[in-house]
Design a protein around this ligand. Structure first.
Ligand SMILES: [Zn+2]
Length: 506
């Protein structure tokens, strides 16, 4: 029998978190079913810090893993293990080096292309729901806005939504917002350096996303931080929701404007949409972002790292950034955002998401436990009614009664948190990419993250002067598609089909 340990963590941030006891119980069940001998439990409760170092039991578990006393770490779900991808990769690597495998007992889906699609779906759907709701229920939302209530979707960084759907300040996140303003306005730190600091401090933007230049810029100009929660035409100002004073806010706005006029064009276009996904077919190296000055302007490229760093004598030519990205986006839209493709992808994604949600949904377990607790309670009541020496049963009675109450609440919470995903909504979300949303860099990035597996660029074939570009998609990684240089040339001509289509940010 192999040895395992359990790691459980309770997060005070989440309104609906699963208790440590429940996490331990599920993990113990898993161990039993899989013939594992649990030798230790590590738990961290309600630690509000943002990085792994502040979780003492977690750190102890990592260090204990060196002694080769156990082969597995069981966690309830991946998000118990680490707060962010960066942590997760590092810590999992440490475990691996010590011969220990991390097992998430409630996420049985493999990390295949489907999983990538689900992850993007989860991320994208929030944005989509809030955008879609904006169109569908304008009146209700204006009503909500006039009361400082949330209209759904992920709240802005710095705020959380109370159970009755009102906004309130999230102290931890508000602290980050204030510090970012302070760094920018008072300490004169550039957005680029602020990003570095955010990364070092493991600060995350709303919804746990990495900060990007764009999100910092949005944060520095979001009127919500001065309490302005106006929505459409409805004005709503709430001093209780203020995080930043007017003076600081205006200074930030001024600075943003100045920066935009001077060096901003260069910075603003630095976001390489296809970063990390493009490979050189000639030498196998990655393509990285690069820029060069011509007489009039700065030109941006994707360049083979092998050639750029003169590593391997590769001679693959650079690809101009914008036409390349535009051509890829156009190709994605034409290939994957057809009604047929959307139908197939959305059915598959909704099925997978629901299957996963069902597996993660603990409702049936709680219901079983409730039935048992109620039975026990009834027995205790019966005993007390028929016996004189009821002292002994009294504790059992109180205990069962408390547990029954608890479980009833947990069940209500669980019922609320199980939100089915409908193929129709997924399709609507995907279709939204076909229209004006393509001007939104975040949507484009979501689409690329979700669909593009990798892009390989080769030298021109004999008789051609154009690079050969092959795209592999997550939906069907075995098949690939060839993008010709004429696609790239075409995308330079005014795009009539997607009039709002532009990769420029400013
Ligand atoms: Zn190369």
């Amino acid at each position: 029998m192999q040895n395992a340990v359990i790691y459980a963590r309770y997060s005070s941030h989440k309104q609906k978190d699963i208790s440590i006891e429940d996490q331990l119980r599920i993990c113990h069940n898993y161990a039993k079913e899989n013939n594992l001998n649990v030798i230790e439990e590590y738990t961290d409760a309600a630690i509000s810090g943002r990085n792994a170092d502040k979780r003492p039991s977690f750190m102890r578990m990592l260090s204990d893993s060196k002694q080769h006393l156990f082969e597995f770490v069981l966690v309830y779900s991946e998000d118990r293990f680490a707060r962010n991808e960066y942590d997760a990769v590092n810590c999992e690597e440490t475990l691996k080096q010590n011969g220990v495998e991390l097992v998430s007992v409630t996420q049985p889906l493999p990390d295949g292309p489907e999983r990538i699609i689900i992850k993007s779906l989860r991320r994208g759907m929030n944005e989509y729901y809030s955008a879609e709701l904006a169109i569908k229920s304008t009146r209700g939302m204006e009503n909500n806005a006039s009361k400082g209530k949330s209209n759904g979707g992920a709240p802005t960084m710095g705020y959380k939504v109370t159970p009755d759907k009102h906004f309130c300040i999230d102290p931890d996140e508000a602290m980050i917002v204030r510090q970012i303003y302070q760094m920018y306005v008072e300490q004169n730190i550039s957005i680029k350096d602020i990003l570095k600091i955010c990364d070092e401090k493991h600060w995350k933007s709303a919804g746990g996303k990495e900060f990007k230049k764009d999100s910092i810029r949005r944060l520095l100009s979001n009127r919500k931080y001065i309490g302005d929660f106006s929505w459409n035409e409805v004005e709503y100002i709430d001093e209780n929701l203020r995080i930043i004073d007017n003076d600081t806010f205006e200074k930030a706005a001024e600075k943003l404007n100045i920066n935009r006029k001077t060096g901003a064009r260069m910075k603003a276009t630095e976001n390489y949409l296809l970063g990390g996904k493009v490979f050189c077919g000639e030498c196998g190296e990655k393509f990285v972002g690069d820029s060069g000055k011509s007489t009039k302007q700065i030109n941006y490229y994707y360049a083979c790292k092998g050639r750029k760093q003169k590593k391997n004598g590769c001679k693959k030519k650079n690809l101009p950034k914008e036409p390349f990205e535009e051509a890829v986006m156009k190709f994605i839209v034409e290939t994957f955002l057809t009604d047929e493709a959307i139908g197939a992808i959305s059915t598959m994604a909704a099925d997978l998401a629901n299957k996963e949600a069902e597996e993660k949904c603990m409702l049936h377990l709680y219901e079983k436990e409730l039935a048992a607790a109620e039975k026990k309670l009834q027995k205790a009541v019966d005993y007390i009614l028929t016996h004189d020496d009821s002292e002994v049963m009294h504790d059992t009675l109180v205990e069962s009664e408390t547990r029954v109450k608890e479980l009833k609440q947990v069940i209500i919470r669980e019922q609320e948190s199980y939100m089915p995903v409908y193929a129709e909504d997924v399709a609507g979300w995907l279709r939204s990419y076909r229209t004006g949303n393509l001007k939104d860099i975040n949507y484009c990035q979501n689409l690329v993250d979700m669909l593009v597996n990798k892009i390989v660029v080769y030298d021109p074939e004999p008789g051609s002067e154009y690079s050969k570009i092959i795209i592999y998609f997550n939906t069907d990684p075995k098949n690939h598609y060839e993008l010709t240089q004429s696609d790239i040339d075409d995308s330079r001509s005014p795009n009539t089909r997607y009039p709002n289509f532009s990769m420029k940010m400013d």
